[in-house]
Design a protein around this ligand. Structure first.
Ligand SMILES: [Zn+2]
Length: 301
């Protein structure tokens, strides 16, 4: 997905922190269960190679939301096309506008801006300290999306996605999808302790994929203050990049790749096919109702 080179993407929407280490507890295994429940990731966390050991020591007092620096070098869509951090800011601006207009009309509530922080190596959050090993995630207590952009290289090199900007944008849109679930109360009402292909955990993840698809469809209509579209319409090839990214982070694909066997009863995010299907549903239907993964029976998930 290409940004309109003239679009104004300036502002302080995204913060960047660099390896904040103060007060980070290491090895807090006792708190791990709690933390898994607190954060919502892009990836399952119980397979070899992407374990959750990078996420330790919940202590909300450590989190400083005003921390980090603004992405002052990100001014135009042209910057977004060339620089991954600027791409994050431009994506956030488009997502904000999409949900600002979609949530009131489809759900009768106002959209609240989530925080969005880029980090390198490790970060302290309202859900505790995390390292890049966790992958991109959303922390409900501080309503913030956290991404180490080096993950996007791993998405291709380690998880086998095709790569390309729309794959990256899908990841951001998925995490914003968790924020929408948080606002709608879906996250609170779900039982996030169970696992398996029809578990609430998987339904939550597939719904976030569906919400990402909704945005990809509607993104071309989002504009800066001067009426310039943020994004050009996605090409078929670009939509395939997003689908490839969704398939790469499917539980079955991750288990096959890193553990050598697929164990569906441990799934927390859904299979590659499920993730692609729900992304497409959101893309085609553009509606929260169509994305109600909790309303369908297990064999329709
Ligand atoms: Zn997720």
């Amino acid at each position: 997905m290409t940004f309109n080179k003239d679009a104004d993407i300036s502002g302080n929407r995204v913060r960047r922190s660099r390896g904040k280490t103060t007060g980070v507890a290491v090895g807090g295994v006792g708190g791990l269960g709690l933390l898994i429940l607190l954060v919502v990731q892009l990836l399952g966390g119980n397979t070899q190679g992407i374990d959750l050991s990078g996420l330790t020591g919940a202590n909300q007092a450590e989190y400083v939301p005003e921390g980090g620096e603004a992405l002052s070098e990100c001014l135009t869509g042209d910057d977004a096309n060339q620089n991954v951090e600027c791409r994050m800011q431009a994506t956030a601006l488009s997502l904000d506008q999409y949900w600002e207009s979609t949530l009131p009309t489809q759900a009768g509530i106002q959209y609240e801006l989530p925080g969005f922080e880029l980090f390198t190596g490790q970060v302290s959050t309202g859900c505790g300290a995390a390292t890049s090993a966790v992958g991109p995630f959303y922390c409900p207590p501080d309503q913030t999306v956290y991404i180490d952009t080096t993950f996007f290289e791993e998405l291709s090199s380690k998880f086998g996605a095709e790569g390309g900007p729309l794959g990256e944008l899908y990841v951001v849109a998925h995490e914003f999808g968790h924020h929408i679930q948080n606002q709608l109360g879906t996250m609170d009402s779900a039982d996030r302790q169970g696992t398996g292909p029809t578990s609430d955990a998987v339904r939550l993840e597939l719904q976030a994929d569906c919400y990402a698809g909704m945005w990809v469809r509607g993104a071309v209509e989002t504009t800066d203050a001067n009426g310039n579209s943020y994004l050009m319409p996605p090409t078929q090839t670009e939509v395939e990049q997003a689908l490839s990214a969704a398939a790469a982070v499917g539980d079955d694909h991750i288990q096959e790749t890193f553990a050598g066997q697929v164990t569906p009863h441990t799934w927390t995010h859904g299979s590659s096919a499920q993730r692609q299907n729900w992304f497409i549903t959101g893309y085609n239907e553009g509606s929260l109702t169509a994305c109600d993964t909790f309303a369908v029976s297990g064999d329709q998930l």
